[in-house]
Design a protein around this ligand. Structure first.
Ligand SMILES: Nc1ncnc2c1ncn2[C@@H]1O[C@H](COP(=O)(O)OP(=O)(O)O)[C@@H](O)[C@H]1O
Ligand SMILES: [Mg+2]
Length: 251
């Protein structure tokens, strides 16, 4: 039996009169990296914030290991780690101190907190720079620190909003490796969003493409490319949007 880390069912959300989600459904299996991909404004952050219990949907629900985000948010919060699109670390602390103090929110045992922070330091790939103050970090280094902070507590479902945004090519590759390796080694699941279609080809086991608040296609990257006879996911996305618009006109 397939075990699902996440089941999303018919999520709807409007901001004032503006519809952001028009019935979003998908599921993430245990052990996989799943990518929600689409251009800016498609509804990725809204979906992730609902799953992270920070925003209430107008309708629909999501279950994390069987727990409802709307009815059991406290249970859900113990299972997830969320990296927001815009997040920052404490400037006056070193990278390691940031990890250590965050770890102390999860355990009162100093030894255990230290071990957690050491795992985070390794995940961050910051090397000796982990001992420097965050005020001396570049944007990319901060992103890697926050990603490590999210993953080091070994959440059963990591929810990462644009984890590689603002990173240069070299560091983006490192971050992707860390996400993939972490998900495999800890046998958990990762849901991430990205507007970079090419990166998810490498990173994700399965993907869902979202356009104007609607999932237009999902599957493995290979399946989606084959479905649209496309050489890469960017091409597939464009064709999927065209086909979706055509079908809607017909239907
Ligand atoms: N707080 C908000 N108030 C009003 N509109 C919003 C708010 N947040 C998002 N939106 C709108 O909802 C849509 C989806 O946004 P978002 O979920 O942030 O998309 P993405 O993360 O894919 O860029 C966009 O049209 C955006 O302008
Ligand atoms: Mg977003």
């Amino acid at each position: 039996m397939t075990q699902y880390a996440l089941m999303v069912r018919d999520l709807r959300k409007s901001y004032g009169g503006k519809v952001a989600l028009r019935g979003v459904s998908f599921e993430v299996k245990v052990g996989e990296v799943f990518g929600l991909i689409g251009p800016n404004g498609a509804g990725k952050t809204t979906t992730l914030r609902i799953i992270a219990t920070l925003l209430k949907p107008d309708a629909g629900d999501a279950q994390i290991y069987g727990h409802s985000v709307t009815k059991e948010p406290d249970k859900v919060r113990k299972l997830i780690g969320y990296l927001p699109e815009e997040a920052d670390a404490y400037e006056r602390l070193t990278g390691f101190e940031n990890l250590y103090f965050y770890a102390m929110l999860y355990t009162t045992d100093r030894k255990e907190a230290r071990k957690m922070a050491e795992y985070g330091a390794k995940l961050s790939g910051l090397g000796e720079r982990i001992w420097d103050r965050v005020s001396e970090y570049s944007k990319g280094m901060r992103r890697r620190l926050l990603l490590a902070r999210t993953l080091m507590v070994r959440p059963k479902l990591a929810i990462l909003d644009e984890p590689t945004s603002g990173l240069d090519v070299y560091h983006a590759v490192e971050v992707r490796k860390a996400i993939k390796q972490h998900t495999r080694e800890t046998v958990t699941a990762t849901l991430l969003s990205s507007h970079n279609m090419l990166e998810v080809e490498y990173l994700c086991d399965r993907i869902a493409m979202i356009n104007r608040g609607t999932i237009i296609v999902q599957g493995t990257p290979r399946e989606v490319m084959e479905m649209f006879d496309a050489a890469n996911l960017e091409e597939a996305y464009v064709r999927a949007v065209e086909q979706f618009a055509k079908n809607r006109l017909k239907g």
